[in-house]
Design a protein around this ligand. Structure first.
Ligand SMILES: [Zn+2]
Length: 94
């Protein structure tokens, strides 16, 4: 099945291989892929389910990575977190 699909893809002009897809994926997600390459990339996603799934996983990883990063920024505010303030107030009261 996979071999059959590979043969089919070689017959489509401008079709990028899974290896090319793999090496362009980072640039695609970072939106730094040239328009022509981007078109070939999208064509590959349309025709190759494995790479589509792979890209979705990759994008999810990148998004989660960015979310984790912004969460870190939120967790380091300039003023002390409310629970710390409460703990100090409770200690004074005690
Ligand atoms: Zn592929």
């Amino acid at each position: 099945m996979r071999a059959l699909k590979g043969a089919m893809m070689r017959n489509i002009p401008l079709m990028m291989t899974c290896q090319e897809f793999d090496s362009s994926m980072h640039d695609y997600v970072e939106r730094s892929l040239p328009p022509g390459e981007r078109r070939r990339f999208r064509l590959h996603i349309t025709l190759c389910r494995e790479c589509r799934t792979y890209l979705e996983d990759y994008e999810m990883t990148v998004l989660l990575g960015k979310a984790a990063f912004s969460e870190q920024e939120v967790l380091q505010p300039s003023s002390p977190p409310e629970r710390v303030v409460r703990a100090i107030l409770n200690a004074r009261r005690g």
